[in-house]
Design a protein around this ligand. Structure first.
Ligand SMILES: [Zn+2]
Length: 123
């Protein structure tokens, strides 16, 4: 084998190694993406399962999960309260009696307690 053949052979082998390595790296990257996407999927299933379980058992006070149900219920109430607060701040409606802002569909003024329906009927 000539020196040139030797060099050619070495270069060919090196080229093969590089392309093989690149192929492996891209395969690993693809697998990692697939793993992450499957993990996300499982995570979403867990959440859906948990929400369904909560909905079905939230009133089971003797459940071993009663404490968790309680803190979830509390958090949901808090979310509800904050959503109402956003509506109030947006000023969807105003009490004609005291001027307090509240959600448009509020039955009573949250500030003075005036029944909103009555006020609208009077007008
Ligand atoms: Zn009012």
């Amino acid at each position: 084998m000539s020196a040139w053949d030797d060099i050619k052979d070495t270069l060919t082998t090196a080229g093969r190694d590089v392309s093989q390595k690149a192929k492996e790296v891209s395969e690993i990257a693809k697998l990692k993406l697939d793993i992450r996407s499957k993990e996300d999927f499982v995570e979403k299933q867990y959440i859906a399962l948990g929400a369904a379980y909560y909905a079905a058992h939230k009133n089971d006070t003797d459940s071993a999960k009663a404490e968790q149900f309680r803190i979830i219920s509390e958090a949901l109430s808090e979310i509800d309260r904050m959503k109402k607060q956003v509506l109030i701040l947006k000023g969807a409606a105003e009490c004609p009696k005291c001027g307090a802002k509240m959600p448009e569909d509020a039955a009573f003024c949250s500030s003075c307690g005036t029944k909103m329906d009555d006020l609208f009927e009077e007008e």
